[in-house]
Design a protein around this ligand. Structure first.
Ligand code: AHR
Length: 609
């Protein structure tokens, strides 16, 4: 392997090359990164008609002593359903009421503080106990009592509960022993130690931040489209105070979200990650219905409003809403995708052009992304970037390292916004899948003159709701681990913005093998370092002679040189909650770093020097 490190021969990789795609799928946000513990906090998930299903809220006490129903008496006009409890007895000490188990149990931890907020109304004096308990309610972990005179109008309550015990499957209870009628609405419980107090679960945020994403594409995916337009992601319904958000049923991934993680929070998440936001909006097309181009103008205005919300000054109509939410400075929104996977839909091009022209008119600096693939033939419409999605087998993904070798070097650049090995090669996240993806990413680095951005999909999965396999980060209420695909991505966290160097494989054998080399300046001591990445996708050990061309004899510092490898005993090995570190990068022996060196590359491995 010959690496040309001569001055001036490299090419700069785009600053944006490797980012992340966050979709609300697999309870990635609701019951995941978004730290809200209560599910269906406004009782809206059962729909706008009453009586309605209050799931997962559950009644404590039987029908002879408590009747629980829903009515339309909420003080919040956008989410009108409230919970009504008719308590028929002066009940025994345990009390009657309701509990919410959150998303497959709430993670309540000893020593942590939880902020509980709710709204209540009652015609009689209230005596209410609010507690965080064990999964069966028998052990009280944190509790507070509210005694009050009658509250004929809705009153907000805010409590801080300190937990004296731990239960990873806990629940929130609201109970009373006093006869009467109590209405409840907008019940929230959140740990106080979220990332910067922004509502993101710290451990999951940390996993994401460790990948150093240069952009964040959000919020979908199919989630943006919906099976039907009536269930598509509508950004205006997800902003403002949380109590005013109606929530919606995502009918592609089949679950309700209270939309605590809304458009504002996605912009905030991008900022917190130091990633450029990439907003995918609904272009009037869902999986099963479409808005005709002749009627698309209100949708066009809606997306212009969304841009003003992100970028407008605090005295503009929508910029003011953002400022009131606590972010007077604009968010640097520079990338917008016009829909998701809709290229072949009848109204796509018509709608696309309306959006494209209207956005470019007002915001010529924003890069617009089409759903149509421009990698093998020129696009028939204007675009700055084109979306490219690929889910395939491991062998195919490995060969796709060369997918962009023949792409025209002119015209819009590629945004590989979704890629992954899927199916039997991947299981729920195998080494085999990760190695093939690693080879594909090396191919993208090499072709980064035509590929500007790339992100794996999906990013997160709550193990209780695997809607899609595999995923990069697996979690439950309190644990998490990275799949091998996650760890492969870490090898690329320094690539964006680095210089890629020419690499030549000097072998007459065609080996299942691919390598790249990047160089960049160290932020600690300003010296230049080289990162060589190699995927051996074959079953043979490879004895490799590596030469660094264009460097002086003492250019390499052996003691400062390291080697890291990702491999395992079996190709189909996966990580799990029980063995989260089965397939993770590990240091390898590397003592002979020099401008000419011999290295041994293990079968089926990803190695970086
Ligand atoms: O990543 C999962 C899904 O795959 C996305 O929602 C969609 O864009 C693609 O079909």
């Amino acid at each position: 392997l010959s690496i040309n490190a001569s001055r001036g021969v490299g090419r700069q990789i785009p600053e944006t090359l490797f980012g992340q795609f966050f979709e609300e799928i697999n309870h990635a946000g609701a019951g995941g990164l978004w730290a809200e513990l209560v599910s269906n906090r406004g009782f809206e998930a059962g729909g706008p008609n009453t009586p309605s299903n209050i799931d997962p809220w559950t009644i404590i006490g039987d029908y002879s002593i408590i009747n629980v129903s829903t009515d339309r008496s909420s003080c919040f006009s956008r989410n009108i359903i409230a919970l009504r409890m008719d308590i028929l007895c002066d009940c025994p000490s345990g009390g009657v009421g309701v509990y919410n188990p959150g998303y497959w149990g709430m993670n309540i931890e000893q020593g942590k503080t939880y902020k509980v907020v709710f709204y209540a109304k009652s015609l009689q004096p209230i005596s209410l106990t609010v507690s965080l308990t064990s999964s069966d309610g028998t052990q009280i972990l944190a509790s507070a009592n509210i005694e009050s005179i009658a509250l004929p109008s809705w009153t907000k309550w805010e409590l801080l509960l300190n937990s004296t015990g731990t239960d990873h499957s806990g629940r929130l209870q609201l109970t009373t022993t006093r006869k009467g009628v109590i209405w409840l609405d907008q019940v929230s419980a959140m740990p106080t130690d979220t990332y910067k107090g922004h509502g993101f679960r710290k451990d999951l945020f940390g996993m994401l931040a460790d990948l150093k994403p240069r952009f964040l594409r959000f919020p979908g995916g199919c989630f943006v489209e919906g099976e039907w337009l009536r269930n598509a992601f509508r950004w205006k319904q997800t902003i403002g105070s949380w109590e005013e958000r109606p929530g919606h049923f995502g009918d592609v991934w089949m679950y309700w979200t209270d939309d605590g993680l809304g458009y504002f929070e996605f912009l905030q998440l991008s900022e917190d990650l130091g990633a450029a936001p990439v907003w995918v909006f609904n272009n009037g097309i869902s999986h099963n219905d479409e808005v005709d181009t002749s009627s698309i103008i209100p949708f066009v205005q809606d997306v212009l409003d969304s841009i003003e919300f992100a970028r407008g000054p605090p005295d503009s109509e929508w910029g003011r809403v953002r400022a009131v939410m606590g972010h007077p400075e604009p968010f640097p929104l520079q990338y917008i995708a016009i829909g998701n996977e809709d290229c072949w839909k009848p109204n796509y091009r018509g709608n696309y052009l309306k959006f494209y022209n209207a956005i470019k008119d007002v915001y010529p600096d924003i890069s617009l992304i089409t759903n149509c693939d421009g990698s093998s033939q020129p696009l028939d419409h204007p675009a700055d970037l084109y979306d490219f999605h690929i889910y395939t087998s491991a062998n195919n993904m490995f060969s796709m390292a060369h997918q962009f070798d023949k792409t025209s070097r002119f015209g819009p650049k590629a945004f590989v916004s979704e890629y992954a090995v899927t199916g039997k090669d991947a299981g729920t996240g195998s080494l085999l899948a990760a190695l093939a993806e690693g080879a594909f990413l090396i191919g993208l680095e090499k072709n980064s003159d035509v590929v500007k951005m790339a992100s794996y999909a999906p990013l997160f999965v709550n193990s209780n709701d695997r809607r899609w396999n595999p995923d990069a980060i697996v979690f439950n209420s309190w644990q998490h681990f990275g799949t091998p695909s996650y760890w492969v991505q870490q090898f690329f966290s320094e690539s964006s913005g680095a210089t890629i160097l020419p690499v030549t494989t000097l072998s007459n054998q065609s080996l299942p093998f691919i390598a790249s080399a990047i160089t960049r300046q160290s932020v600690t001591d300003n010296s230049y370092y080289l990162r060589i990445k190699i995927v051996n996708f074959g079953s043979n050990t490879v004895n490799l002679k590596m030469s660094l061309i264009g460097l002086g004899a003492n250019a390499v510092n052996p003691s400062g040189s390291t080697c890291t490898t990702l491999t395992s005993t079996n190709l189909m090995d996966e990580n799990s909650f029980a063995t989260p570190n089965k397939v993770v990068p590990r240091p390898c022996v590397f003592t002979n770093a020099d401008i000419n060196m011999n290295v041994v590359i293990s079968p089926y491995s990803f190695t970086s020097y």
